[in-house]
Design a binder for this molecule. Structure first.
Ligand code: UGA
Length: 478
């Protein structure tokens, strides 16, 4: 089939590439020339600077110019198109509503082009980005305004998690298609023929509104579950002696009805979706006159989680951040991405700077550049001048008084060796991801350890031994 993908970010690029890999003719369209040039180059570095997804570059290289084409102008390719996927960013606005301006601009542009078609074959416009319930109807109105004929609208939300877009696209749990007519369902069945009647994949056909709601319910429930573990599970382990977080997690999730995913306690869930989607659902439900206490609590718990370890460091460990140097390990919102949207690290860094930290020594395996040029750019906030960036955890640890682990990058699991080799305690390790399984070695070596989901563990300071005359003994030779 011939498809156009409108918007080539984290949703559009992987989706377009996978459709091309499955044999469709795909035109990936974006108004951002720099982006399109990067993709057209076929060069790993350039592509990954725009969208970093494991396994994606080989698919782009394989299909580029054969079944996958990048363009900033679709006026020539609109004729004969079967499906148009809307993959535009829909950022949150103050108060939780959704900014649909990018979406609406693109919809008007496409509706105008469709109205001028000479070929009047059926085309379906499909919303793939997360959009408020009722947006398919808005699209219908825009199409009618321009006089576009024989055009259907559908909702087919994206459920992919970042860092897993390729494997998730090849083997999704479910494909949800919301449309109004059999002819539109048929076109989408044709496009997704690899998934229809699949033995494991649920292929669900429903109304556009239900499909839109499924996406919000899914993301909000996932965040609710994470917040249960952060707001209840972690607090149980932090409040009572001898409760072991890992055992608690295994014991509870051993019930086949309870998911292991989401039970990894953390310094708050970030990313472009969870925070935005829950705020939007709260807004939509409020607009419809509903109470949203549960969702509001979930949101508050998650936001609180992003800075509370820094407060615990002050109140529980008695650590005074004023004039100290703190290493922050991990800037991205989770491992395997350079995406910093709503990353917990941003709030933690802001809190550290507000507490008078002299220097923040930051390291992230992928997101240093993203942080420096955009999220923590000193042009936005002069306090960010106090952040220095380093090429390794080892370099970032130099000369610091404490470390804060923000992202779950695997390499941080071996941090205790590095700390023991390079740092002389007293030193505070704040672990927002429970990345240090051998923390007992760390405390035995004199480090204070403050994890999410655990009590503060003080480093063991070797007591000097004194002989009868009050002179300190020479250490015994072993
Ligand atoms: C999320 C959903 O998982 C996808 O299903 C959805 O399609 C996507 O949003 C979207 O709406 O586009 P994503 O934002 O890529 O995907 O990230 P997740 O892997 O879900 O992680 C979100 C945050 O939760 C991360 O900061 C992660 O570290 C954190 N998390 C995750 C925890 O704190 N604990 C956990 O046990 C799991």
């Amino acid at each position: 089939m011939k498809a156009i993908v409108v918007g080539t970010g984290y949703v559009g690029l992987p989706h377009g590439a996978i459709c091309a890999e499955y044999g469709h003719e795909v035109y990936a369209y974006d108004i951002n020339q720099k982006r399109i040039d990067a993709y057209k180059s076929g060069e790993r570095k350039q592509i990954e600077r725009q969208v970093n997804e494991p396994g994606l570059v080989p698919i782009i290289k394989e299909t580029l110019g054969k079944s996958l084409f990048f363009t900033t102008d679709i006026s020539d390719v609109i004729e004969g198109t079967d499906v148009i996927f809307m993959c535009l960013n829909t950022p949150p606005m103050r108060g939780g509503s959704t900014d649909l301006s990018y979406y609406e601009n693109a919809a008007h542009h496409i509706a105008g082009l469709l109205a001028k078609r000479t070929d009047k074959r059926r085309v379906v416009i499909v919303n793939k980005s997360t959009v408020p319930i009722g947006t398919a109807r808005l699209l219908q109105r825009i199409l009618a305004e321009h006089g576009a004929e024989n055009v259907g609208v559908a909702s087919n939300p994206e459920f992919l998690a970042q860092g897993k877009a390729v494997e998730g696209s090849r083997s999704p749990d479910r494909v949800v298609v919301g449309a109004d007519s059999e002819q539109d369902f048929k076109i989408l069945r044709h496009l997704y023929n690899a998934y229809v009647n699949h033995v494991r994949i649920r292929y669900i056909e429903t109304t556009p509104e239900t499909a839109e709601a499924i996406k919000y319910m899914g993301n909000t429930l996932l965040l609710t579950y994470i917040s249960f573990w952060n707001g209840v599970g972690a607090k149980v382990a932090e409040s009572f002696d001898n409760v072991r977080m890992e055992d608690l997690k295994v014991g509870v999730t051993a019930d086949s009805r309870i998911s292991t995913w989401g039970s990894y306690v953390s310094n708050g869930a970030g990313g472009s979706c969870f925070g935005k989607d829950i705020q939007s659902l709260i807004y939509q439900l409020n607009q419809a006159g509903n109470d949203t206490n549960l969702l509001q609590s979930v949101y508050t718990i998650n936001e609180h989680q992003k800075t509370y370890l820094i407060d615990r460091a002050v109140y529980e460990a008695g650590f005074n951040f004023n004039n100290k140097t703190v290493t922050v390990l991990g800037l991205a919102f989770k491992k395997r991405t350079n995406d910093m949207r709503d990353s917990a690290a941003i709030k933690a860094i802001e809190s550290l700077l507000a507490k008078g930290v002299k220097e923040i020594r930051a390291y992230d395996p992928l997101a240093n550049h993203e942080a420096q040029t955009y999220w923590l750019n000193p042009e936005n906030n002069h306090l960010f001048e106090r952040i220095t960036y380093h090429d390794s955890a080892e370099a970032a640890l130099k000369g610091s008084d404490a470390v804060y682990i923000s992202t779950d990058w695997e390499e941080f699991r071996s941090l205790s060796n590095l700390l023991k080799e390079k740092i002389t305690p007293p030193y505070l390790v704040i672990d927002g991801r429970r990345m240090i399984p051998d923390y007992a070695d760390l405390t035995a070596a004199g480090f204070d350890y403050l994890p999410v989901g655990g009590q503060l563990l003080r480093g063991v300071v070797a007591e000097p031994t004194f002989s009868a005359n009050g002179v300190q003994d020479e250490p015994a030779l072993v």
